[in-house]
Design a protein around this ligand. Structure first.
Ligand code: SAH
Length: 251
């Protein structure tokens, strides 16, 4: 059987208990070497075969899974963060379906949650934004026209940009050109939860300079929106003493 597992954003104690158990029990581990913390591989048994998928094609990954499955071995396919976000798992699952190989998926802490934790940030402040747009700028992978930076930014909701740290300047320029104020708060979080994590809170106008100075062009998220630095939000109804919830009557 094949287990897709979310490794979490980096820190080895941010994998789930289930994910750790699957790593400990695996006969074969295929990990995304470009982003998964290699220290997680220390959970593997000595006899476990370990492959770095950064060096493999889709066909080679599937071939390793197929051979292991024929020997009734358990395979962990370890993806960074949560596998459902830019994880390219669908194409692997489709191939496994064709081969009749059974698989399951264990979620992980996505880096956008790791980055919020690094900043002690709440993405959904009442009266500021109640939505989080997870997106990216196009690169080699195209982004549908309706989901362009310009189209999505018109909502002024909190935005989290994955896979876009290579062109922070281009991103901020497009956001400003599309109508966001140059002083809109934003943050750059590099390697959230890793030992060498770096985080910067700034504005759309000034963030590109920081990215350049710090030499940050990958493994980073750009978070945009007033939630990053506002003190001007409404208290949530959840803890409001005049508001009755399922668990607590009005005081
Ligand atoms: N599935 C992953 C995302 C994979 S796409 C997740 O849920 O987090 C790879 C992109 O994720 C990187 O280019 C970067 O934008 C972001 N990323 C992954 N790990 C990160 C981390 N620890 N800190 C900041 N950004 C990270």
């Amino acid at each position: 059987m094949v287990h897709f597992v979310g490794a979490g954003p980096g820190a080895t104690d941010l994998i789930t208990i289930r994910g750790q158990r699957l790593l400990q029990e695996a006969d074969v581990i295929i990990y995304a070497g470009s982003l998964v913390n290699p220290e997680l591989l220390e959970f593997a048994q000595n006899k476990c075969e370990i492959y770095n998928s950064a060096l493999l094609s889709l066909e080679e990954v599937i071939d390793i899974m197929k051979k292991a499955d024929q020997k009734k071995q358990d395979v962990v396919r370890l993806h960074t963060g949560d596998p459902s976000i830019y994880g390219a798992i669908r194409e692997q699952m489709d191939e496994l379906d064709k081969l009749g190989i059974v698989y399951d998926d264990t979620p992980g802490v996505s880096s956008f949650c790791g980055a919020a934790a690094a900043l002690n940030l709440e993405y959904t402040l009442p009266g500021v934004s109640q939505s989080v747009i997870i997106t990216r700028m196009e690169g080699r992978t195209k982004v549908p026209e309706k989901e362009s930076v310009e189209a999505l930014s018109s909502h002024e909701a909190t935005m989290v940009f994955f896979l876009s740290a290579g062109d922070v300047e281009g991103l901020c320029t497009r956001l400003i050109a599309s109508g966001r104020q140059p002083d809109t708060p934003c943050a750059l979080v590099y390697k959230a939860s890793w030992q060498d994590e770096k985080k910067f809170v700034s504005t759309l106008e000034k963030l590109p300079e920081i990215a350049k100075e710090q030499g940050i062009n990958k493994t980073a998220l750009i978070i945009v929106g007033d939630v990053v630095s506002t003190g001007n939000y409404e208290k949530s109804k959840l803890y409001d003493k005049d508001f009755e919830t399922l668990f607590r009557g009005k005081k």
